[in-house]
Design a protein around this ligand. Structure first.
Ligand SMILES: NC(=O)c1ccc[n+]([C@@H]2O[C@H](COP(=O)([O-])OP(=O)(O)OC[C@H]3O[C@@H](n4cnc5c(N)ncnc54)[C@H](O)[C@@H]3O)[C@@H](O)[C@H]2O)c1
Length: 335
């Protein structure tokens, strides 16, 4: 690996603006390119953070030969960038959710495995102290029940911010459970292990008059795990008086109450006093540890430096897509 790690970005929107500044802080790194289908999004990023601007991922990879690539695309836009990285054996970091097309994600996972490529997925909450502590405690006292999700207000699409436009389009984001609550689904997997069954119902018709709105207003999703534990997970984007991000996890002798985007945590136990783990990183600060880990992985060639790789993130995607299938079919989906 060269002295300076060269980084390039595919997708130059909100998440590029969240990850790129970290490369001013991680030493011996250099940004060499930004790509976006909209050139007027890639160019200002290249001017601000360095490198050249492109509109085609493969062209960028050939021109600037990065050591690692960030794939920061809306859920519907995956595929070409990942395959371009695999073909050139360039490790990549992909934001959650890793795709909207499960079959394509499986093909990418297979190609990644066949080529032995290093990857990282953007499940940043796995790097939090609170989450690591819960995972450790739950090894000997497995979780029986988890309840959690994200509740927000009615979306207000703004044409100047693409994410708010594609987010309300079911064919582009997959809906709130797939796009956003994927964070909670991944956390629950991290804490409880693999899922075996998923059943879901949704609410519609509460949000009205929102341009191009085609997503569900709320989701209620039940998940059964191989461990025997169960989870009740939810999403809502039609609650304008109250909401937030929450996850409660209950085991026989300990319990965890995660609150807020920061996932500050209160720990309860039968054999000792309650403990509060506060001051967890907010946004975008919480992204820094996963960027540091990505660079450490690139330098060392050691996949275990990151908390989530493509194959692991695929299992989270499988649960959220199964929830969607359950809604469509009215059936419980076995994984
Ligand atoms: N980890 C987190 O907490 C977090 C937070 C927000 C968003 N995200 C995820 O990050 C991803 C990107 O979100 P964002 O906020 O940056 O969205 P965004 O809409 O702000 O930016 C996406 C950019 O990708 C570009 N694009 C679309 N198709 C492309 C293609 N084929 N090739 C190149 N560029 C293309 C768009 O023009 C846009 O500029 C999404 O999957 C989202 O779910 C993660």
């Amino acid at each position: 690996m060269p002295d300076k790690i060269k980084i390039a970005f595919v997708g130059s929107g909100g998440m590029a603006e969240a990850h790129a500044p970290n490369y001013g802080k991680i030493k011996d790194t250099q940004i060499v390119g930004f790509c976006d289908v909209m050139r007027d999004r890639a160019e200002p990023m290249a001017q601000k953070y360095g490198g050249e601007a492109f509109t085609d991922p493969a062209e960028m990879l050939d021109a600037v030969a990065p050591d690692g690539v960030y794939i920061l695309l809306p859920p519907f836009a995956h595929g070409a960038a990942e395959f371009a990285c695999v073909e050139r054996k360039i490790p990549f970091f992909v934001e959650k959710p890793i795709d909207l097309d499960l079959n394509q994600a499986k093909e990418i996972a297979q190609a990644v495995q066949d080529s032995g490529l290093l990857t990282s997925a953007g499940y940043l909450n796995r790097y939090r102290t609170s989450v690591k502590k819960a995972r450790e405690m739950l090894q000997d006292d497995p979780a029986v029940l988890a309840i959690g999700g994200w509740i927000g207000g009615s979306p207000e699409p703004d044409p100047k911010a693409p994410i708010t436009v594609w987010w309300v389009d079911k064919s582009k984001s997959g809906g709130q459970f797939i796009e956003q609550v994927t964070h909670t689904v991944d956390l629950v997997r991290f804490l409880m292990g693999e899922a075996t069954e998923v059943a879901a119902v949704t609410a519609q018709g509460f949000n009205v008059g929102i341009p191009d709105y085609g997503i569900e207003d709320a989701w209620a999703v039940a998940v059964k795990f191989a461990s025997g534990g169960v989870a009740n997970l939810y999403a809502c984007c039609a609650s304008n008086a109250s909401g937030g991000v929450k996850l409660d996890v209950y085991a026989k002798n300990c319990a965890f109450a995660f609150t807020g985007w920061e996932h500050n945590c209160k720990i309860f136990r039968t054999d000792g006093p309650d403990e509060v783990l506060g001051d967890e990183l907010g946004y975008p600060e919480a992204i820094y540890p996963e960027d540091v880990a990505f660079v450490e992985m690139l330098r060392s060639g050691d996949q275990s430096k990151v908390q989530s790789d493509y194959a692991d993130a695929l299992k989270t995607l499988e649960i959220t897509i199964a929830a969607d299938q359950s809604v469509a079919t009215g059936e419980k989906i076995r994984l």
